[in-house]
Design a protein around this ligand. Structure first.
Ligand SMILES: [Zn+2]
Length: 236
């Protein structure tokens, strides 16, 4: 599977779906990150945040792309959609992660809108929660039972945010994984809203083994006729 995760700022993706991306990498999926801005308005200068995001991508074994937009100025017009479309085309992604739409940060809202427009033909679109999300009703849960510590390591790569920005709180990240795990009947989980999630059980293209194992179809003419038993008392 090829996966594209899109976030407005460095650390958004790791916070929202870092555990899921680690699970993808563990099963050999290709992961691409698209970060729309360098987060230069944050408590650290842009150079540091670029380096931190590069370190996190390397830890994850993911390809990193930048959107090239200004922090707090992700546009809501076609230019943002085009950047996401280019990333979908380049990565060949069949699963796209991004921000949930209801959020107090304008960059998160603009990124969510651009991704949902660009991914309108994708079969799977999962929307993650941010510390600034205002309303969130998850329907898809991903088991990250053994990956919480590794997710915290991804976040530690964003040291300027962990130390200086109260929104990146590693204790809260752990608690959130446990809470979503509880709701998803798991130990630890990440949770997502979804526009679409096609669950492929292999029904559209059966494998050779499945075809060989399936019972031969019974021709219509050879099918036994149904027998209807009419109780004696109701016979004419
Ligand atoms: Zn953000």
């Amino acid at each position: 599977m090829r996966v594209l995760a899109v976030g407005a700022h460095p650390d958004d993706i790791e916070l929202g779906c870092g555990g899921a991306l680690l699970a993808h990498r563990a099963r050999g999926d290709e992961v691409t990150l698209l970060v729309m801005t360098t987060g230069e308005q944050g408590p650290q200068d842009a150079r540091s945040r670029i380096g931190e995001q590069e370190d996190a991508a390397e830890l994850l074994g993911a390809t990193l792309r930048w959107g090239g937009f200004g922090d707090c100025a992700v546009p809501t017009d076609r230019s943002a959609v085009t950047v996401v479309q280019d990333a979908i085309d380049a990565s060949g992604a069949d699963l796209v992660y991004t921000h949930a739409p209801l959020d107090t940060h304008q960059d998160h809202r603009a990124t969510a809108a651009a991704v949902r427009a660009a991914a309108r033909r994708a079969r799977r679109v999962l929307l993650y929660e941010s510390p600034t999300t205002t309303d969130f009703s998850p329907v898809v849960y991903i088991d990250v039972a053994t990956l919480v510590e590794a997710k915290l390591d991804l976040l530690r790569a964003h040291m300027s945010q962990v130390l200086k920005n109260g929104l990146v709180d590693l204790e809260a990240v752990e608690a959130q994984a446990r809470y979503h795990g509880f709701r998803g009947r798991l130990r630890n989980a990440e949770a997502f809203e979804s526009d679409r999630f096609v669950w492929d059980l292999g029904g559209s293209e059966p494998t050779a083994a499945a075809v060989a194992a399936a019972p031969a179809a019974v021709p219509v003419a050879a099918a036994p006729l149904a027998t209807v038993v009419v109780p004696r008392s109701r016979r004419p």
